[in-house]
Design a protein around this ligand. Structure first.
Ligand code: TXD
Length: 307
């Protein structure tokens, strides 16, 4: 059985463990700084598995030694947003947490592939790659599946069609200037722009961009976790099962889309070695301009870390 470690056993970490355990993909280790909490959640989850018939082991721990030999490390440790905060407001606090976690994981699992969730997402993915001295193939950040799924859910509700028929692609940084690609999005093959009025489409794009903040505002404490966790699960599954799955995710760019030296949301192909390929879409000038604005913002956040 492959081994997956999840750093941070809070809302997203524990929910990811739940989805992963249900799919019987790997033995799981949940790590947190809070004593007893990861152990308690792991025990509870392990006791759910006889009911659903899943034979994976689930371990909760405060000790990185238990993570040894992990194939994949998922990093969810860190503070979430409070109402009114931007993701960038989390930079200072989460930089130290993610740095420490990546170093400790690599000491125990030198060959692990890292899937990052902690915000600000693109900066934390960059940090993980630099701190770990890792090749770009081994670090991907989760944002695009979630942002695209938000858009898909809004479109499906608006048009009264199955979510399975709706394909949306949201690229760019994981901030409010993310770039929903309406021209590439479609419903059962019909371009979205032919299905919705410009006004309705603009409203959906706007709600997608602010989708994380909408949930933070409603919850009052904490941020979204079901959809982020299932997005992480899809990435972990794509890697472990060597699916060669194309999804939007944050990857380190070396000239693709005319950008270099930043993590940024682009279509990637994931397989057993991690990032296999970055897919380049043909973009028009408005799309390129929107991506450039978002990239400028991500670059500023990365530079603010001073690493
Ligand atoms: O799409 C995305 N990228 C995101 C990102 C979607 C959802 C959440 N996103 C970000 O993930 C969010 O803004 C936060 O930065 C992280 C974690 O969010 P979550 O909702 O899981 O936060 P919780 O419930 O507060 O859990 C965080 C846990 C908590 O149990 C802390 O005790 C733990 O992290 N923590 C640590 N664990 C291990 N090691 C250290 N140092 C540590 N510090 C805190």
């Amino acid at each position: 059985m492959p081994k997956v470690t999840i750093i941070g056993a809070g809302q997203t970490g524990a929910t990811t463990a739940h989805w992963l355990a249900e799919r019987e993909l790997a033995d799981l280790v949940l790590v947190d700084v809070v004593e007893g909490m990861p152990q308690g959640k792991a025990l509870d989850l392990a006791q759910a598995l006889p009911v659903i018939g899943s034979d994976v082991s689930v371990t909760g721990t405060n000790d990185y030694a238990d993570t040894a030999g992990s194939d994949i490390v998922v990093v969810t440790a860190g503070l979430p947003r409070k109402p009114g905060m931007s993701r960038d407001d989390l930079l200072a606090a989460n930089t130290k947490i993610v740095r420490d976690a990546v170093e400790a994981c690599l000491e125990n699992s030198p060959n692990a592939i890292f899937v990052i969730l902690t915000n600000p997402l693109d900066a934390m993915s960059y940090l993980a790659m630099k701190v770990g001295g890792l090749p770009r193939e081994r670090v991907v950040g989760q944002a695009g599946i979630l942002d695209s799924a938000r858009m898909r859910s809004f479109v499906a509700a608006e048009l009264n069609v199955s979510v399975q028929n709706v394909h949306c692609y949201v690229l760019g940084g994981h901030g409010d200037d993310m770039v929903p690609l309406t021209r590439h999005s479609n419903v059962a093959g019909i371009p979205l722009v032919d299905m919705l009025s410009a006004e309705r489409l603009a409203a959906i794009v706007d709600r997608t961009r602010k989708g994380g903040g909408e949930i933070v505002g409603l919850l009052k404490t904490g941020s979204a976790y079901y959809a982020p966790a299932v997005a992480l699960t899809q990435m972990v599954e794509a890697i472990l099962r060597d699916r060669h799955l194309v999804i939007p995710a944050s990857a380190y760019l070396e000239g693709e889309y005319g950008l270099k030296g930043i993590f940024f949301g682009v279509p990637v192909r994931l397989g057993r070695t991690g990032l296999e390929k970055i897919i380049e879409y043909d973009l028009d000038s408005a799309e390129k301009e929107a991506l450039a604005i978002s990239a400028g913002h991500v670059r500023e956040t990365i530079e603010a870390m001073k690493i």
